[in-house]
Design a protein around this ligand. Structure first.
Ligand code: FES
Length: 82
């Protein structure tokens, strides 16, 4: 059995059906630490909000810095944040 360097994407945000790979790509390409910006780009995190901690973890893993996000922040309709 060989090791697959590219494991299949899994759905990170079930509200919008956004895979973790799309979120990771948005963070990598923009270098953003803003969870609101990731939501604006991908729509992930713009619904119930339960995936936001996981998005914040991805931001930390990819950028090496804490995500710009306060738990409890709520998105406005359309994915923009207060
Ligand atoms: S699972 Fe991402 S907003 Fe609900």
């Amino acid at each position: 059995m060989t090791h697959d360097p590219h494991p299949p994407a899994r759905t990170l945000c079930t509200c919008h059906g956004i895979p973790d790979t799309a979120v990771a790509r948005a963070i990598s390409r923009t270098g953003t630490r803003s969870l609101a910006e990731v939501t604006h780009i991908t729509t992930a995190g713009g619904g119930c909000g339960t995936c936001r901690p996981e998005i914040a973890t991805l931001i930390r893993e990819i950028t090496g810095k804490e995500a710009d996000w306060t738990p409890g922040d709520e998105p406005l309709p359309g994915g923009d944040w207060i």
